[in-house]
Ligand binder design. Structure first.
Ligand SMILES: [Zn+2]
Length: 433
């Protein structure tokens, strides 16, 4: 642990400290954030004191990404939740977004420092010790993930930034520099398992002992993870952040049983039912949408921000000694489909299908028949065959039955030839819209 006195602190003590930070943050929001002053007054909360503490947070309104975007104007490009003096801003990131219009994320020096501290704890949880060599594939460009790069130096790792979009350069670095660890998206990690043999490289024989995945859900799903670990001959752990709140807020330890909150003390986590917005208890086995609140953020702090990440919670003790709830991300609520009343995440479909490897490649594409969330069964799913495998009606039937047994959803499985579904060097598209 980078900071055992923090990371192993009893969780009730952490919550008591967080409650103090939260109350101070509310005072700051009322003073400095026109967005939250207005939003809270509209909700009948007259002052920071009236808002209460963390125990009462669920009574405050949620914040949606769309609301923030709507307040960004030519005069105020950061949006109405910008709360600092322009002279305090040290850096401005953009979120990649899916709509093509970037939103800006300004940071003060203290905000950036907290981001790096939290990211460093999250990535250090993976167990890569100081002094080892790590190859990263994020770009230190406009996007928030770039801020996580400083975390590797903070841990004391020898950092080799390779960046995105150059597989040949990455594989050569793995061969020549012999890194102990690599950090990439799970899709890209899977892609490299396929590509490396084409140039005579067996990743299982490489020096890489740790594969750190982040950027999209899936790295924690048992069958998908097992396939990555087999292909790399390495231990796979995942990390997760969200652009507007911070990079790599969560990081998994060597126990591989969900991600710890590396950003503890900076961020408070809640769970809600995504359909109703109602708060859910953050208890063992609970599932729902993750909602995050900045506790000591200055430039553009957010209160009860809906992440659209659907997570499952574990609260049992972890052998690593870190305290607090752990999460595993099941999928993005935006990707979720409802098939005759049953919630289906495409990443969960991929997880079930991955168990049929090596008969299948692990690539799937859900092809909803109609637009919108609600779908009539059977849900069409293209499943890519493994390398050298031919069409096999019995296999399709077995996959269909397994999906029905595990996810309680009727599908229409179409087996497609190896190599026919699109690979990604960044994030995979699992639904065809
Ligand atoms: Zn742990």
């Amino acid at each position: 642990m980078l900071a055992p006195e923090v990371e192993a602190r009893p969780w009730d003590e952490q919550l008591a400290l967080d409650d103090e930070s939260y109350r101070a943050q509310l005072v700051y929001l009322f003073e400095r954030s026109s967005f939250y002053r207005e939003k809270l007054l509209d909700a009948g909360v007259s002052s920071a004191a009236a808002a209460g503490g963390l125990a009462e947070a669920a009574e405050l309104p949620l914040t949606d990404k769309g609301e923030l975007k709507a307040t960004a104007t030519a005069e105020s490009p950061f949006g109405a939740h910008f709360a600092a003096d322009p002279s305090e801003i040290l850096r401005v990131y953009s979120t990649s977004g899916t709509t093509g219009i970037p939103t800006y994320v300004p940071l003060t020096e203290g905000d950036l420092e907290n981001w790096v501290t939290g990211s460093a704890r999250s990535y250090a949880a993976s167990g890569v010790p100081a002094g080892r060599l790590i190859v990263s594939t994020y770009n230190a460009g406009p996007f928030v993930a770039g801020a996580a790069l400083a975390a590797f130096e903070r841990i004391g790792l020898v950092h080799v930034p390779i960046g995105t979009g150059n597989t040949e350069r990455l594989l050569r670095a793995i061969e020549l520099l012999r890194p102990d660890a690599v950090v990439l998206t799970p899709s890209y990690a899977a892609h490299l398992v396929e590509r490396a043999p084409e140039r005579g490289l067996d990743l299982r024989e490489s020096s890489v002992e740790r594969v750190l995945v982040a950027g999209e859900p899936g790295g924690g799903e048992p069958a998908f993870r097992a396939a990555l670990e087999e292909g790399w001959g390495a231990r796979v752990t995942e990390a997760m952040g969200i652009g507007d709140i911070g990079p790599s807020l969560w990081g998994e330890c060597e126990q591989q049983d969900g991600m710890h909150l590396g950003a503890r003390g900076f961020v408070h986590a809640e769970l809600i039912d995504p359909a109703t917005g109602r708060a859910l208890e953050l208890e063992d086995g609970a599932g729902g949408e993750l909602v995050l609140t900045h506790l000591r953020h200055r430039a553009a702090p957010l209160l009860r921000f809906r992440t659209r990440d659907h997570v499952q919670v574990r609260t049992g003790p972890c052998e690593c000694g870190r305290t607090g709830p752990r999460v595993r991300c099941v999928g993005r609520t935006d990707d979720m489909l409802i098939v005759r009343g049953v919630n289906v995440f495409p990443s969960a479909v991929r997880e079930v299908v991955s168990a049929f490897s090596p008969d299948v490649s692990g690539h799937v594409l859900v092809r909803p028949r109609s637009s919108g969330v609600k779908q009539e069964p059977p849900l069409p799913v293209a499943v890519e065959l493994g390398r050298g495998r031919g069409d096999d009606p019995l296999l399709a039937q077995a996959i269909r039955e397994r999906i029905r047994a595990v996810l309680v959803v009727q599908t229409q499985v179409e087996l497609v030839p190896w190599g026919s579904l699109q690979r990604s060097e960044y994030k995979s598209k699992l639904v065809e819209r």
